[in-house]
Design a binder for this molecule. Structure first.
Ligand code: F6P
Length: 359
């Protein structure tokens, strides 16, 4: 048995822990061969880019951020883009990927990815290649698993940033806005916002009114608070407004969000006259060492992916349904995104403690 493993999409803390667990379980328990594909699906195009994985070259990577295999969130072999003579050409390269998988002698492909990469993995599986998915994204927006690895580390990083912002906001009697990642899901904003005792949390699932946000900040000031902290998810938007987008593809897919923190900060300072500053946390949320929870989850996912191969359960994604790791068909895993429930427990608790979602 020869397993191919690749990481696709944006990186997330814990990727190396999955690669390590796949390699060690495959080698030590089953005596199988593992080959790493470099730069996600790009590594399966011609010329292929691969690296033999061994228990030696996967040593000492558990705590290392990023991915030793490299990744890209722009390489889709079903709609591969190249620029020829200044013109963008989109081609379906999936047959090349298929024949390269055959030539490399790969019997089964493990795709560690979020929504986009798992969709590509599912597409390759439908063309006849046995594929296993491992759910990764700091956004935690995959429906078919309780949590993705990388998310908890991102929440830790954002919470630590909030702890720091509180002290400087208080010294200067300021409002500080922190913009966090998450695409169309408000999980990072909600969980970090609550852990970091934010006063206002704006998430994509609850369109906000700037009037309500300003009202809450003015009320706090009147009640004697010297400073306030506002967390804004990058995908948040005002009631009847638009999300702040930096880059889109021709067909409307958002490649890069960004700017909502500034918009909210400007409005706050106009409406309240409070001195306001904005911090964009950006890729700090994706980099660095995974927290112990993510190391363990990633290790369990990697080992479970190899067990699925042993059971010949192809076309499945490993899934955490606490307390166990099980699996779900890839098809279900990619069918819809997981959003924060605007009436869910966490939102209700926050509101009952005075946190405003701008509604
Ligand atoms: O999906 C993970 C994520 O970090 C999102 O939260 C964010 O919108 C996006 O990727 C950023 O992508 P890039 O690395 O291309 O800027």
């Amino acid at each position: 048995m020869r397993i191919g493993v690749l990481s696709g999409g944006g990186d997330a803390p814990g990727l190396n822990a999955v690669i390590r667990a796949v390699t060690k379980t495959a080698i030590f328990k089953y005596g199988w061969d593992v080959v790493g594909i470099i730069d996600g699906f790009e590594g399966l195009l011609t010329p292929t880019k691969t690296r033999q994985l061994t228990s030696w070259n996967t040593r000492g990577i558990m705590f290392v951020g990023g991915t030793i295999l490299g990744t890209t969130n722009r390489g889709n072999p079903f709609a591969h883009k190249t620029v020829v003579g200044g013109k963008e050409i989109v081609e379906d390269m999936s047959s090349m990927v298929l024949s390269n998988i055959g030539e490399l002698g790969i019997d089964v492909l493990i795709v560690i990815g979020g929504d986009g990469s798992l969709k590509i993995g599912h597409g390759i599986h439908k063309l006849g290649v046995p594929v296993i998915g491992v759910p990764k994204t700091i956004d935690n927006d995959l429906m078919a698993t309780y949590v993705t690895f990388g998310f908890q580390t991102a929440v830790d990083t954002a919470t630590e940033a909030l702890d720091k912002l509180h002290t400087t906001a208080e010294s200067h009697q300021r409002v500080i806005v922190l913009e966090v990642m998450g695409r169309y899901a408000g999980w990072i904003a909600l969980e970090a916002g609550m852990s970091g005792s934010a006063d206002v949390i704006l998430i994509p699932e609850i369109p906000f009114s700037m009037e309500k946000v300003a009202e809450r900040l003015l009320e706090r000031k009147q009640a004697g608070s010297k400073s306030s902290i506002v967390v804004v998810a990058e995908g948040a938007k005002a009631v009847g407004g638009e999300t702040a987008v930096r880059e889109k593809t021709g067909d409307g897919y958002v490649l890069r969000f960004g700017g909502m923190g500034e918009i909210v900060g400007d409005e706050i300072s106009k409406r309240t006259r409070f001195e306001t500053r904005v911090t964009v946390l950006g890729h700090l949320q994706r980099g660095g060492s995974p927290c112990p929870f993510d190391r363990l989850l990633a290790t369990r996912y990697g080992a479970a992916a190899v067990e699925l191969i042993a059971q010949k359960k192809f076309g499945e994604m490993v899934s955490y349904q606490p307390p166990i790791i099980t699996s779900v068909p890839l098809e279900n895993a990619i069918s819809c995104l997981k959003h924060v429930d605007p009436e869910g427990e966490l939102v209700r608790i926050a509101e009952s403690m005075g946190v405003s979602f701008g509604r």
